[in-house]
Design a protein around this ligand. Structure first.
Ligand code: ASP
Length: 586
């Protein structure tokens, strides 16, 4: 038997027990004639002690151990003289009687403790060592618990977990596909699913009216902190439902997770905010509603005073930052630099300060008099001591920049509290999105999303105005999930493909299987998918999803531990009937 207890288990009640522990040596300290060892496993750390005066041979053996050696320790639990209140096992230690070396270790490339000297790259290369750190471990455990609670809730609601294939053909979720060559079908490729979207719809046609799956999805897109080329969704679909049914069911899931994982009560219904309102008030379709600082549209108020920046702008809008009227020149310059960053893309920043001495100072004093500025202030309910920040330009990009500025100011003032959660549904998304570059519409969600019944007559006459039965769950400014009621009518689906620029042939080639299925009694259906990694990282209070994934990829999509992607052998290529010619390996 390797162990009677784990390294996280023993307490003051266990004093006098003879125990056997197995684990890794985290640290060794010598103090006078005593040697202390921190022994670690998945469950915690227990201090072992050897005493030179009572057992010199054993102490000699212990002194020879090194970091990360795997040992078995046999001894007696005793009360510690100096207790460690930060450790669950901190009141006891194990007085060693024998130790057995199970496996030595080379000196690890970085210190495996919460405070580590290992840089990101190094820790990723040795991720299995990084994962021994409790700081990583607790995220992996949280992830496991959330997955269990998701399954419990979904099962309690009558959902069936059904697996769908990975070797499929393209599913349009707006990213590039990862492709896999087929040995048995020379020259042909599978695509890895960007989501199980079409399969879950087929499951509805098959009559499995409540489906869910914790499933890997694959999207070849540029990576950011909250993106990975492979990530996990809680993918769900239901039949015979309207939007309300879907939202209520999954509001239930969210509340269940808040309660069971965080012991956090959200008793009120999640607000439901139309997309249009979210854009106007927050400049974003994933508003962080933990704080106010709402946007105000000033476009009509500011035109016609010879200030060309405003006169030529499609949209002028701003935010009022409470109590920042005293911002110095330098601080305002910093904000100007912030909004001019390429990711934010504003051309400049206009300010109005409602000073404590009751004067008003702005960067556009030449064009607007005090009365004008008082009028602007009224729009925001600005008080003495407040600062108004204004951006102008093309509508969507200016809203987007204002949203970033709002978040930045919120952060500076410490307004969003990590311990508070404000979920909401954003609903009524536009069905289509116009792309200036290619001069065509794209499905904002995906091409299977149903237009709203009330907007059906605009599908052909005014497609840009059509709203969809599509919804997102947003928590604290993070898009946790999204879905829609689907089109289940073959003719409407064909019309949609056409509107999106597919020829009949292309649509049939790509989605013929779905269109065929729709010929045999497709029920009305709808669903949603949640980004599981994002949800876990939100609950863990982290900004990056990498920290909640056991073996993540880096920003270049590489797994630096196994060194992948990698080239393959000539034999493998031959078998696959492939010849590789790298055009530009930059
Ligand atoms: N398949 C969609 C996605 O991955 C979610 C859905 O519509 O259910 O975003």
């Amino acid at each position: 038997m390797y162990r009677t207890h784990t390294c996280g288990e023993l307490r003051i009640e266990d004093i006098q027990k003879s125990v056997t522990l197995s684990g890794w040596v985290q640290r060794i300290r010598k103090l006078g004639g005593m040697t202390f060892v921190d022994l670690r496993d998945r469950y915690g750390i227990t201090q072992l002690v050897a005493d030179e005066t009572t057992n010199s041979e054993l102490t000699r053996q212990v002194n020879k151990l090194g970091r990360e050696f795997v040992i078995q320790a046999i001894g007696k639990v005793i009360e510690r003289s100096s207790k460690n209140p930060n450790l669950p096992t901190g009141e006891i230690e194990v007085q060693l009687e024998t130790i057995k070396l199970l496996n030595p270790s080379e000196v690890p490339p970085f210190t495996i403790e919460d405070e580590t000297d290992g840089g990101d790259e190094l820790r990723m290369k040795f991720r299995y060592l990084d994962m021994r750190r409790s700081i990583v471990k607790k995220n992996i455990i949280l992830r496991h618990k959330m997955a269990q609670e998701v399954r419990k809730y979904m099962d309690s609601q009558g959902f069936l977990e059904i697996e769908t294939p990975f070797l499929i053909k393209s599913t349009p979720e707006g990213a590039r596909d990862f492709v896999v060559p087929s040995r048995m079908n020379a020259g042909e490729f599978y695509a890895l699913p960007q989501s199980p979207q079409t399969f879950k719809q087929l499951l509805m046609v098959a009559g499995y009216d409540k489906y869910f799956q914790l499933v890997k999805c694959f999207r070849d897109e540029d990576l950011r902190a909250d993106r990975q080329p492979e990530f996990t969704q809680i993918d769900c679909e239901m039949s015979f439902v309207e939007q309300n049914d879907v939202l209520n069911t999954f509001e239930g899931l969210a509340k269940h997770l808040f309660k069971t994982i965080l012991n956090y009560d959200v008793s009120e219904n999640f607000p439901r905010m139309p997309y249009q309102e979210a854009m106007e008030k927050y400049g974003s379709d994933k508003p962080d509603i933990r704080f106010e600082m709402k946007l105000q549209n000033l476009t009509n108020l500011v035109k016609g005073k010879e200030f060309m920046v405003f006169d030529n702008a499609e949209y002028v809008g701003g935010i009022c930052v409470e109590g920042c009227g005293e911002y110095s020149r330098k601080q305002v310059d910093e904000l100007t630099e912030f909004v001019k960053k390429p990711q934010i893309g504003a051309k400049g920043l206009i300010y109005v300060k409602y000073n404590n001495d009751n004067t008003i100072k702005s960067s556009v004093d030449k064009f607007y008099n005090t009365n004008d500025l008082i009028e602007w202030g009224k729009k925001f309910n600005a008080k003495t001591g407040d600062l108004i920040l204004i951006l102008a330009g093309e509508k969507n990009s200016t809203l987007n920049a204002l949203s970033e500025l709002r978040l930045e100011m919120g952060k500076r003032l410490g307004l969003p509290d990590k311990n508070i959660f404000k979920p909401l549904w954003v609903i009524d998304f536009p069905l289509l999105e116009w792309d200036e570059e290619t001069k065509r519409y794209y499905a904002m969600h995906h091409p299977f999303t149903s237009p709203k019944q009330e907007d059906m007559d605009k599908v052909e006459s005014n497609p840009g105005e059509v709203r969809a039965n599509a919804y997102d769950l947003v928590i604290n400014g993070v898009e946790i999930g999204g879905g829609s009621i689907r089109i289940h009518d073959k003719t409407l689906q064909q019309k949609m493909f056409k509107g999106l620029g597919f020829t009949e042939e292309e649509a049939y080639l790509q989605f013929g299987f779905l269109m065929n299925a729709f010929r045999y009694g497709a029920p009305p259906h709808g669903g949603i998918a949640f980004g599981f990694d994002r949800w876990v990282s939100l609950f863990a209070g982290l900004d990056s999803i990498r920290d909640v994934i056991a073996f993540p990829k880096n920003n270049a999509g590489r797994d630096v531990m196994i060194d992948s992607p990698a080239s393959i052998s000539k034999e493998q290529l031959d078998e696959l009937n492939l010849k590789v010619e790298v055009k530009d390996k930059s």
